[in-house]
Design a protein around this ligand. Structure first.
Ligand code: MF3
Ligand code: CO
Length: 255
């Protein structure tokens, strides 16, 4: 395993990639309304990414046929957008998006409520996002990778939720998926020591029910085996010599 350490110049490009992606997510959030199709979301996302002069990194990745992964309710991740798949009031919709800016990748996911959702759905979304921030407390030089994993998993499990084990977060940089893999549950070992200049996509995927998932016949869409709801929250994060810098949240970008 080799984990890349980004130079000052590379970090600057990662920041640029990150803030453009946050902008895309914010714009996508605005169109989440009952009656639009998952394909509409993908089309708009691709248009936004290309409009910024960036490249959608998911498109054709291992044959994935879209730019935005749209996963509704019991779909965990990697939902394939389709013009006949509408979203409706009460649904929760996870949008996973990524882009390449000047050769550098960013990757982030948000789960949105469509109109009014059940209290259980809202809590699942809140805890999933909260678990990311629990993990982030350990995204610091001197901490170990799996401190992040344990913090995420222990928090989510304290609510009785199922932490997805079959998919993990990852390093990111000149490739979408770099070393290391970042599980979202406690590991036997503490993992590598984190160093300034590492960039990590930390992405808890949390189920309201059991952790088990399965794949649909399209070979992409991951769903919960027990058909419980699932939420996803992800940011690209830079390890510094102080507090972590979230490259896809709280940035300012004007196109
Ligand atoms: N954020 C997703 C991940 O890290 C990217 C999905 S790749 C795609 O796994 F091909 F499904 F788009
Ligand atoms: Co990712």
């Amino acid at each position: 395993m080799s984990v890349s350490i980004k130079s000052a110049r590379e970090i600057e490009l990662m920041r640029e990639a990150g803030k453009r992606l946050e902008y895309v997510h914010n714009k996508l959030g605005e169109i989440i309304k009952p009656g639009i199709s998952t394909k509409d979301i993908d089309r708009y996302g691709e248009e936004l990414i290309r409009g910024l002069g960036c490249i959608p990194n998911f498109l054709n990745y291992n044959g994935y046929p879209a730019s935005i992964c749209v996963s509704v309710n019991d779909e965990v991740v990697h939902g394939i957008p389709h013009k006949k798949h509408m979203i409706w009031e009460g649904d929760i919709v996870s949008l996973d998006a990524g882009l390449i800016y000047e050769g550098y990748h960013s990757d982030a996911a948000r789960t949105h409520a469509v109109g009014q959702v059940s209290a259980e759905a809202q809590k699942l979304m809140d805890v999933t996002k909260g678990s990311f921030f629990r993990g982030l407390e350990f995204a610091k030089a001197g901490c170990h990778l799996h401190d992040i994993s344990a913090a995420i998993g222990n928090y989510a499990e304290s609510f009785g939720y199922g932490v997805v084990r079959d998919l993990v977060g990852h390093g990111i940089g000149t490739s979408l998926h770099e070393d290391p893999q970042i599980p979202n549950f406690p590991q036997k070992r503490r993992g590598i020591r984190l160093q300034p200049g590492m960039t990590l996509a930390i992405e808890p995927m949390i189920n309201a029910g059991r952790p088990d998932v399965c794949w649909l016949d399209d070979d992409w869409t991951v769903v919960t085996e027990d058909e419980s709801l699932s939420a996803h929250y992800e940011n690209t994060v830079l390890i510094t010599d102080g507090e972590p810098e979230i490259l896809t949240l709280g940035t300012v970008f004007t196109p």
